[in-house]
Design a protein around this ligand. Structure first.
Ligand code: BDR
Ligand code: CA
Length: 313
């Protein structure tokens, strides 16, 4: 499989992404770094270690990363979305393994070890990636690709009218990462909100033979309750697993134009907005030759069936 470094704030949909990466035959998960976000970075590492162990992946190194923003205190998590422990109150068996330190160092080491091959997948705030680029300026040229779940192009935000959580939680870090010059693909809310998992899928997960899909099915109870407010039915958006599938090559974007993306780094109402220049040439201005980041706006088929197939395989 292709070597993948995952950076996450585990999290219920992060857990789904981890489950997907463990189950996908094309993926070799070579390391995981955790960051504050849905939960604090230490608890995210605990959740990650226990889930990896449940899936027979207890060889994968897990490193604790940033506990707070590049400039600012930890905003306090999202217990109303992911539960008090980040994984919907589910009590995973404790594996006893401890995380190492630090996520940025782990990423840098893996990028050198797998030079030209490493796929970086970030599904939490981008603080660890920003720190890693600061510590190792050659990093962008060492990795094969970077896929980020974050931002909103035309869609409203989720934490504010304009901002998505992963970008809002550390706009300075996001700006640093989007400007780093690596082959970066952004998977925004526009796409992830369109792809949902339903109660019928959750029932299949709960009845699965393997412990990981069963645990994920149990976590989703809390997540489905939160998303009832968004969709008017019990279901959930597939943010992080969709980014994981794109990084793994299990899902291919049909529309991912190179666009200029600017992050609002102010503390005003625009904080964390990803301003995506989607004007193209229709307004008569010349195309922007400097745009390097790709924005995934479309995939060829609904994602949930593929996710279910991989999770229960
Ligand atoms: C993103 O924020 C986190 O709550 C989720 O895990 C996902 O990465 C969605 O905005
Ligand atoms: Ca996440």
């Amino acid at each position: 499989g292709r070597p993948v470094y995952l950076d996450c704030d585990t999290g219920i949909d992060d857990s789904m992404a981890i489950a997907y990466l463990m189950a996908h035959p094309g993926v070799d998960l070579v390391g995981v770094g955790t960051v504050f976000g849905n939960i604090d970075a230490h608890r995210a590492a605990r959740n990650t270690l226990d889930l990896l162990a449940l899936g027979g992946h207890d060889h994968v190194p897990v490193a604790v990363g940033a506990e707070k923003l590049l400039a600012g205190a930890w905003p306090g998590g999202a217990a109303h979305v992911h539960g008090d422990n980040g994984i919907g109150g589910v009590d995973l068996p404790h594996c006893g393994r401890e995380p190492v330190s630090s996520a940025a160092d782990l990423l840098i080491r893996l990028a050198h070890e797998h030079e030209g091959d490493l796929r970086v997948l970030a599904i939490g705030p981008l603080t660890n990636l920003a720190r890693a680029v600061d510590r190792e300026p050659a990093l962008p040229s060492l990795v094969e690709s970077v896929v980020v779940m974050g931002g909103a192009a035309k869609s409203p935000g989720n934490v504010t009218p304009v901002a998505e959580a992963n970008i809002f939680n550390d706009p300075q870090a996001a700006a640093r990462v989007l400007d780093a010059g690596w082959p970066l693909t952004l998977v925004p809310l526009d796409l992830t909100l369109e792809n949902t998992l339903e109660e019928s899928d959750r029932a299949v997960l709960l009845g699965a033979a393997q412990p990981v899909p069963r645990a994920v099915g149990a976590m989703l109870d809390v997540y489905f309750s939160f998303y009832t407010g968004t969709y008017g039915r019990r279901c959930a958006a597939l943010h992080d697993p969709l980014a994981a599938a794109i990084a793994a090559g299990g899902v291919t974007p049909t529309l991912a134009p190179a666009v200029q993306i600017v992050v609002d780094e102010t503390d005003g109402p625009g904080r964390g907005q990803t301003i995506c220049d989607l004007r193209g040439e229709r307004v008569g201005y010349p195309a922007q030759p400097t745009a390097r980041n790709r924005l995934v706006l479309e995939i060829s088929a609904p994602f949930a069936p593929h996710l279910m197939e991989v999770l229960t395989s």
